[in-house]
Ligand binder design. Sequence first.
Ligand code: LMR
Length: 399
Amino acid sequence: MFEHLQPLPQDPILSMFAGYTADTHPHKLDLGIGVYKDEQGCTPIMRAVKEAESRLLTTEQSKSYTAPAGSAVYNQLASALVFGPDHPALRDQRIVSAQTPGGCGALRMAAEFIHGCSQESRVWVSMPTWANHIPLLAGAGLEIAEYPYYDYTTKGIQFEAMLQALEQASAGDFILLHGCCHNPSGADLNQEQWLAVADLMTCKGLIPFVDMAYQGLGNGLDQDAFGVRLLAERFPEMLVATSCSKNFGLYRERTGTLFIVANCSADAQTAGSQLFSKIRSHYSMPPAHGAAIVETILSDTGLTTSWECELASMRERIQGLRQQLVAAIEASGIDGDFTFIQHQSGMFSFLGITPKQVEQLRQDYSIYMINSSRMNIAGLNQGSMDYFVSALAEVLSAR
Ligand code: LMR
């Protein structure tokens, strides 16, 4: 049977990362995969995470099974982080949540849940969107439609085109929106735009589905959750997938959450029973360690403060790198306006160079970014900035 199988291409982000890892160039630079890096080029374990792990080592009593929804305490703390502790939807018990294996687990279980609601369900995703969104959602049998989002010419959101496309959506369609730090473009909706999207979706009977994988890495924990919180107030039903990979640095611990917001508490319970049954038949229950770390941090005021401070310094470092990069490009004499980079948010921006130029950066300088020219700004540091900008100048001058 297996001899008939055809090899499949690797995911572009993961294959790029594998190429970088194998590269032996002394100045190799990873601006590909979306992980935070510090000034030394390391992806650190956050201080609060280390402390929580050390506490868990002594306090953890058992490794027995939990439940398909994971830890109830984690779910409650994660809900308060995402929606804010006093959100009306939480107060009215309209939200049911499940700890999931990372943001991918949350997205896939959201897709399975949607497919269980109706096999005809359609999800609209932004053009472009994160490379794994379509595989995760279509893999569950959902129909995918696309709405225009990033304009490669103006380097901003094509908001009118986005609204016009969403006008074509049918009642009951799900609209996948990036809560903050749009991946891959870094171009986020502003508050006015969130309100306009919410108005249109209300008129058309569309259902919000928000992926928020970078809360706290854009403008702040509360600021980044503006869209999610707004939609959860205004819509009777919605889905939210979140991740602790980036804001807690728990990447390989696979820690995320799926929230289902329902019309009333009874509907939330029923939706939860459907979701937990799906989880049971997919992976039974989520891994515990990452969620136990988050739970330990968020239940302790001192650890929460330490985590928030370190997260703020990561965010400020990325914002600083954005400004330094624009200044260094300007100082190098490279032609063109790159100021859009400092107005975007989170780890990513499209540099706006061609796939051939991306390839040249990789081949000649061991600088890795995605072929679309999505670069992870957080992969730069003081030591690599000049190397990167001179390589870019060389590659662009060969146009
Ligand atoms: C990314 O976009 O690079 C990250 O979210 C990592 C991944 O799994 O793709």
